[in-house]
Write a protein that binds this ligand. Structure first.
Ligand code: PXL
Length: 260
């Protein structure tokens, strides 16, 4: 179900100069899906897919001012939160968003694809507690789920389940762990929504590491939730979008940057 009326989304995230991940990935995803993406930028990074060379964090009040400007003028139907690398800002975002009863998808960003840690670990854990307060879904990757739950889960289904139960209890919101289970030809995302565990498998597109796939999946899920789809449908549709972007990237030899 995609409505004909324009769907307005707010992305609160960091800027990636290579346009592969962060706010630029969210913009491309939402616009490609037919929505309109507004932004509140939290940090500006100088990076490419191999390296983050600099990061500059914006003043928390400026981040909140951007959110206020958007909420005053747009009928925002969904919010995606990505890189927020300090707990003071997380707390301010959380208290500001309390009054908005719309789906919020939190992508708990900890590290860049190139391995740069955006935030110190204990600050990260506290920060995610604030951000997840009003969330409809959390979408950690394996590494982030391991940090947040303290369990080693990669390719271990029992530990993944244990981690999902723990994270659900801690954050009181559904959790989708991305690419937790990788077989030769399949990649599996795993959801726990408080009722049961659901596995989403798809064929691996064999083109190496891609920059921005996590941001893309989370913002696509946010878009479909904003359109009124339920959680499972939103995840299925978002995965379909990511897969078609990966296939486009493969056929156009886009060198690690996703083609939307
Ligand atoms: O994919 C996570 C992510 C989020 N936000 C920014 C990033 C990255 C990964 O590199 O650069 C700004």
């Amino acid at each position: 179900m995609v409505s004909k009326k324009k769907i307005y989304i707010l992305s609160i995230a960091g800027s990636d100069s290579s346009s592969g991940a962060g706010i630029q990935a969210d913009l491309k995803t939402i616009m490609s899906l037919g929505g309109y993406c507004t932004v509140s930028i939290t940090s500006i990074t100088a990076q490419n897919k191999n390296k983050v060379s600099k990061i500059y964090n914006l003043n928390p009040d400026l981040v909140i001012d951007q959110i206020k400007s958007i909420m005053e003028d747009f009928d925002i139907k969904g919010i995606k939160i990505g890189l927020v690398n300090n707990k003071v800002l997380s707390k301010k975002i959380s208290s500001f968003l309390k009054k908005f009863k719309i789906p919020i998808v939190v992508d708990p960003v900890f590290v860049s694809t190139s391995g740069f840690e955006f935030i110190e670990k204990s600050n990260y854990k506290t920060s995610q507690v604030y951000l997840s307060n009003h969330a409809r879904l959390l979408t950690p990757n394996v590494f982030e789920a391991e940090i947040l739950s303290g369990l080693k889960i990669k390719n271990n289904l029992n530990k993944t389940k244990e981690s999902l139960y723990f994270l659900y209890k801690k954050f009181q919101t559904p959790i989708l762990i991305k690419s937790v289970y990788v077989e030769k030809n399949n990649i599996c995302d795993t959801l726990y929504d408080g009722d049961d565990i659901k596995m989403f498998k798809h064929k691996r597109v064999d083109i190496g590491e891609f920059h921005g796939t996590g941001c893309t999946l989370s913002s696509a899920i946010c878009f479909y939730l904003a359109n009124g789809n339920d959680l499972v449908d939103s995840i299925l549709k978002a995965r379909k979008y990511l897969l078609s972007s990966l296939n486009r990237s493969k056929s156009s030899n886009s060198k690690g940057y996703l083609c939307h």
